[in-house]
Write a protein that binds this ligand. Structure first.
Ligand code: NI
Length: 252
């Protein structure tokens, strides 16, 4: 099993990271994509990946970083990519949840990272919140040049299939286990299984039984169990197929 989106470098784990990793191993979670989203977290992901071979680091600039200094941040990211081996660009994308006042900067920062993903031939990890159509419009301009994942996807089944046509995988996290997550369950049941990934986005978005508590990478097994139940497949098959998908996308 692979957690394709984790932030185990966060302070929430500073007291028990080793125990978190052993819990992963005992649950069969043997690879974790450690996702950076700012200058400092890109560095943290890289440092931890040197210490623990379970981790595969990425580097990106989250839409929250899209202030007037966005160009400098792209340069910092590019310097980082020259000096370090990463497995994806991102997370990056568009987030209109907290307002749209920096929308132009968000788009520019996102496009710059799409171009880096193409330049370095790396997959793109896309964060999209309340910004489906703008995200789709930007990504569709690069159709055929890009591969990547829509992380913690929470949109409709119809749009999921459109992103798949653009070369993207759909990654589901803890919210698919929530009782009222009708559309996420529809996505989990109906998208082509060869485009499905699983993730935690820990420490955020814990699955239903731990809702509101700290999430951690070993809980990805609850996401996979829910998908197995919804698709009437064995857990082992979901584990095998999503792991192969992740290995193919990230080259891990
Ligand atoms: Ni994240």
């Amino acid at each position: 099993m692979i957690d394709t989106h984790s932030h185990l470098f966060e302070d929430e784990f500073s007291d028990d990271l080793d125990q978190c990793i052993s819990r992963c191993k005992s649950q069969g979670v043997n690879k974790i994509v450690l996702v950076g989203f700012s200058e400092s977290t890109n560095n943290k992901a890289m440092e931890l990946s040197r210490k623990y071979n379970i981790f595969y680091p990425t580097a990106g600039m989250h839409p929250c970083e899209a202030d007037d200094g966005w160009q400098k941040k792209v340069m910092i990211l590019q310097d980082f990519l020259k000096a370090n081996k990463v497995y994806a660009i991102g997370e990056c994308g568009l987030d209109y949840h907290y307002g749209k006042d920096n929308i132009e900067n968000q788009k520019k920062l996102f496009k710059a990272q799409i171009e880096l993903a193409i330049l370095y031939d790396l997959p793109l990890i896309v964060h999209m919140r309340d910004a489906t159509m703008d995200t789709y419009e930007i990504l569709s301009k690069y159709k055929g040049m890009l591969r990547g994942v829509m992380h913690c996807y929470s949109g409709s089944l119809e749009m999921a299939n459109e992103f798949i046509k653009l070369g993207f995988y759909i990654s589901l996290g803890g919210p698919v286990t929530f009782k009222n997550a009708k559309e996420s369950k529809r996505v989990a049941t109906n998208i082509p299984i060869d485009r499905l990934l699983v993730e935690t986005d820990c420490p955020y978005l814990a699955p239903g039984i731990y809702r509101g508590k700290r999430n951690e990478s070993s809980y990805v097994v609850y996401v996979a169990s829910e998908i197995a139940k919804l698709r009437e497949m064995s857990y082992e098959d979901v584990e095998k197929i999503t792991s192969l998908n992740s290995e193919k996308l990230f080259g891990i």
